[in-house]
Design a protein around this ligand. Structure first.
Ligand code: ATP
Ligand code: MG
Ligand code: MG
Length: 467
C-alpha cells in the first residue's frame, strides 16, 4: 500500500494534586471534572470532534484522544498535538472551576505511559493494511522491527529496582518494554501484546484490516512521533511488496525487548530463532537499507532522520539526537540534573522531572520549556497545530466526518458518529456508512449536510468551549 491510512490513540495520565504535591482528587473524580464540558455538549464522555477525532474516557480513568484517519505522517503529528491542546484546555477549565470552588487541587495531564504506581497505559498506533496481504505473515517480519525500534523512537526513562531488591536505577530507551508480556494476541490489557490482532477494521472487512500496534511509547518530540509512523509504514510497505525480506525472527521477543531497552549501545546480542545472534542496531540498519528503494523524493528525509538516529546510538555522539529524539533529550537532561544536584538517577527529583517532562500544559511541562529554549524540536508551524484542532485531515474520510460534526454542531442538530458511520439521532434517520477510509466525497453525506442545514435550529450555535 503506497498510500496508507493511520491513526494514533493517546491515553493520558491524570493526576490531581494539592499545592504541596499530595493527592487531592481520586482519578475518577478528576476525570469527571475534566469531562464536564464534554458531557454537557454530547451528553456522553465519548464524542467525535470537528477535526474528526474521538475524545473519550475509557475504563481506568485515562482520558483518551484518538486522531482522525491520516494518510500523511506530519498531518498525523499535527492532529495528535492538537489533541494535547484540546485536553490542556479542558484541564485549564477544570482547574479554574476547582479554584473558584475554593479547592486546593490542580489537574495535570501527562502524555506518558507509566504512572507513579507502575501501571502502564498506552499509545496505540493504527495502520490500514490489505485484507488479502496475508495478515498472518506480518508479525514474523514486523516483530523484530518493533522490538528494536525503541532505540530510535523510545521515550526514554529510568527503571528503578523493585523495593527491597538489589540493583541500580538505570536509564532505558523505553520503560514500556517491561510491561509487554506477549508478542501477538487479541487482548490489549490482560497480556499486553506488541501487536494486537483484534479484528476490527473500522472499514469494509472484505478489503481492509487495521493493524493495531500497542508497543509504542507516547512521544513528545514531533520528530520521534513522525519517525514512529513513517518507518513502520515503510516496513509494512516492504512486507506487502511480496519480495524477499530481512529474516531476523527472534528467539524470545519479550526477553529481547527488555534487553534492548537496557542496552544504550544497541549492540547487546539477541538470540535468533534460527540460531546465532543479532543486535538492535543490525536489525534497524537492515530494515533501513532494505526500504531505501521504496521511498519517493518526499520521503527521503525519513531515511536521513532514521539514519541519524541509528548513528547516534552506534557512535555515542548524541549532539543531534539530544535535541531531537525523546530518549536522548531525556538522557541529557537527567544526566545534567543528576550531576548538578550530586544525586543518582534513583533520586525522587529525577522521577518528578520525568513526569514533568510529559506534562502537556505548556506552562508546566519540561518538554515545552526545552522547546522554547531550542533544546527540543518544533517542526510544525504553530498555525498548523492550531488549525488541526478544528480542521480534519482533508485526504481521508475524516474530511467527511469533520464536515458532518461541524455542521451538526453549528446548527444544533443531535447526531452520533463513529469511525464508519454518521447518523442524525431523530427517529427514522438512516445511518450513512463510509467503509472506505480513503473516501473524501460521498453524495449521501452531502444529503446529510443538506438535511442538517434545513432541519437545524437556524441559529448558529457557539462551538464547544474546548475544540
Ligand atoms: P478502543 O481503543 O476503544 O479499544 P479502538 O482500538 O477501535 O478501540 P479508537 O480509540 O476508537 O480505537 O481509535 C481508532 C483509531 O484507528 C483512530 O486513531 C482512527 O483514526 C484509526 N482508524 C480508524 N479506521 C482505521 C482504519 N481503517 N485503518 C487504520 N486506522 C484506522
Ligand atoms: Mg482507543
Ligand atoms: Mg485502540
Amino acid at each position: 500500500m503506497k498510500r496508507r491510512v493511520g491513526g494514533l490513540e493517546t491515553e493520558y495520565g491524570l493526576v490531581c494534586v494539592r499545592a504541596d504535591g499530595s493527592r487531592a482528587l481520586e482519578p475518577e473524580a478528576a476525570a469527571r471534572e475534566l469531562f464536564r464540558p464534554v458531557v454537557a455538549m454530547g451528553r456522553s464522555s465519548n464524542v467525535f470532534l470537528r477535526n474528526a477525532a474521538r475524545l473519550y474516557l475509557d475504563v481506568g480513568s485515562h482520558p483518551e484522544y484518538a486522531t482522525a484517519e491520516c494518510d500523511d505522517w506530519w498531518e498525523l503529528v499535527a492532529q495528535d498535538r492538537a489533541g494535547d491542546r484540546i485536553f490542556d484546555d479542558l484541564a485549564q477549565q477544570a482547574n479554574r472551576r476547582l479554584a473558584e470552588d475554593g479547592q486546593d487541587a490542580r489537574i495535570h495531564l501527562l502524555k506518558n505511559n507509566v504512572d507513579s504506581a507502575g501501571n502502564a497505559f498506552g499509545s496505540h498506533e493504527n495502520y490500514l493494511v490489505d485484507r488479502r496481504g496475508e495478515f498472518t505473515r506480518l508479525p514474523r517480519y514486523l516483530l523484530p522491527f518493533l522490538v528494536t525500534r525503541q532505540i530510535v523512537t523510545g521515550a526514554g526513562g529510568v527503571v528503578r529496582p523493585a523495593p527491597g531488591t538489589e540493583g541500580e536505577a538505570q536509564f532505558v530507551f523505553s520503560r514500556r518494554s517491561d510491561h509487554m508480556w506477549e508478542a501477538v494476541s487479541s487482548a490489549t490489557t490482560r497480556t499486553r501484546p506488541i501487536i494486537n490482532t483484534r479484528d476490527e477494521p473500522h472499514g469494509d472487512p472484505t478489503r481492509f484490516r487495521r493493524l493495531h500496534v500497542i508497543v509504542g511509547d507516547s512521544t513528545m518530540s514531533e520528530v520521534s512521533t513522525r519517525l514512529r509512523f513513517a518507518t513502520t509504514d515503510l516496513v509494512l510497505r516492504a512486507i506487502e511488496s511480496g519480495r524477499a525480506l530481512p529474516e531476523a525472527g527472534l528467539h524470545d521477543d519479550i526477553a529481547a525487548i527488555r534487553a534492548v531497552a537496557r542496552d544504550l549501545t544497541g549492540t547487546a546480542a539477541l538470540p535468533l530463532a534460527g540460531g546465532g545472534t543479532t543486535t538492535a542496531l543490525e536489525i534497524q540498519q537492515r530494515w533501513l537499507d532494505h526500504v531505501t528503494d521504496l521511498v519517493d523524493d518526499e520521503e527521503r528525509d525519513v531515511l536521513e532522520t532514521w539514519q541519524r538516529a541509528l548513528d547516534a546510538v552506534r557512535t555515542g555522539d548524541r549532539s543531534w539526537a539530544s535535541t531531537h529524539l525523546d530518549w536522548a533529550i531525556k538522557e541529557r537532561l537527567f544526566t545534567q540534573v543528576a550531576e548538578r544536584r550530586g544525586v543518582g538517577l534513583d533520586d525522587p527529583a529525577i522521577e518528578r522531572l520525568e513526569l514533568a517532562y510529559h506534562d502537556i500544559d505548556p506552562a508546566q511541562g519540561v518538554f515545552h520549556a526545552l522547546q522554547r529554549r531550542g533544546l527540543a524540536p518544533q517542526v510544525l508551524p504553530e498555525e498548523r497545530v492550531e488549525a488541526a484542532r478544528t480542521i480534519a485531515p482533508a485526504t481521508t474520510r475524516a474530511h467527511l466526518r469533520g464536515r458532518f460534526v461541524s455542521a451538526a454542531q453549528q446548527h444544533g442538530v443531535d447526531h452520533v458518529a463513529d469511525w464508519t458511520t454518521l447518523r442524525l439521532t431523530r427517529p427514522g434517520a438512516m445511518p450513512v456508512q463510509v467503509l472506505d477510509p480513503f473516501t473524501t466525497e460521498l453524495p449521501a453525506v452531502d444529503a446529510l449536510l443538506e438535511e442538517i442545514r434545513t432541519t437545524g435550529t437556524g441559529a448558529a450555535q457557539d462551538p464547544p468551549p474546548f475544540a
